[in-house]
Design a protein around this ligand. Sequence first.
Ligand SMILES: Nc1ncnc2c1ncn2[C@@H]1O[C@H](COP(=O)(O)OP(=O)(O)OP(=O)(O)O)[C@@H](O)[C@H]1O
Ligand SMILES: [Mg+2]
Ligand SMILES: [Zn+2]
Length: 260
Amino acid sequence: MNTVADMGLHTTPKTRTDKCDTHGPFEARCFIGSIWSKCPTCSAEAAEKKKEEREAKEREDRRQVWMRKIGEAGIPERFQNRSLQSFVAETEQQARALAFAQDYADRFDQALTTGRSALFIGRPGTGKTHLAVGIGLRIMHRDSRTVLFTTVMRAIRRVKDTWSRESRESETQAIAALVFPDLLILDEIGVQFGSDTERLILFDVLNERYEKRRPTLLLSNLNIDEVKAYLGERVFDRLREDGGEAIVFDWASWRGRIAA
Ligand SMILES: Nc1ncnc2c1ncn2[C@@H]1O[C@H](COP(=O)(O)OP(=O)(O)OP(=O)(O)O)[C@@H](O)[C@H]1O
Ligand SMILES: [Mg+2]
Ligand SMILES: [Zn+2]
């Protein structure tokens, strides 16, 4: 006949005092056969260590996913740790530019329905790229929005490259890559001479985004009239129609100040 005792189960656990080399004496219990429980403090420490390791791994996984995301978003390495928080506003004008950027990021969902774009213009080193990247990173992180950062030159080259016979990407795909992201940051407008072809490519991209009500941040060292001349009236009007604002960065370069 099989009894509980035959299976080695003790109806009430056996106990004895054992000694852990680290934690000293503890009460060990035995429920079945001769399997005795180990030091509870050691067990708790081991469980805690496992939990910490698992959490560290999850953090590392999340960090890698994030790094891949910002890589895919084309954010230049130098700017990957720039944020709205790290932008120092020392003057009222800077505070206004920062407030605009914060508000733009906070209300990005609205910008997505209205297609409200913005133009950051002004002198070199004044933080235009920093603030635009700050907006991009925030909406990527908080809302999982898709962002693409590119210079005009790179965007145009990408499209032009598809014209070669060896190209694996079609022109439509290259344009789509620029049209698709929730936010496009188009940096360094006017750095190079705008040929008719370049203007046409830019028009294609910006017009498609306009039609889909996808906002764009445009950054330039040109003044507003020069930007208008560069983009052409048609593009410029579309930006304005959806409530696009021009923020003027009119203060001393941060770069010069580091050198000083
Ligand atoms: N107010 C600020 N607070 C903290 N860092 C700043 C600030 N303004 C600029 N910087 C830093 O100074 C450097 C130059 O800024 P950034 O590249 O954004 O300028 P920019 O206006 O885009 O210049 P350019 O027109 O030459 O492209 C960057 O490293 C940026 O992070
Ligand atoms: Mg810049
Ligand atoms: Zn122990």
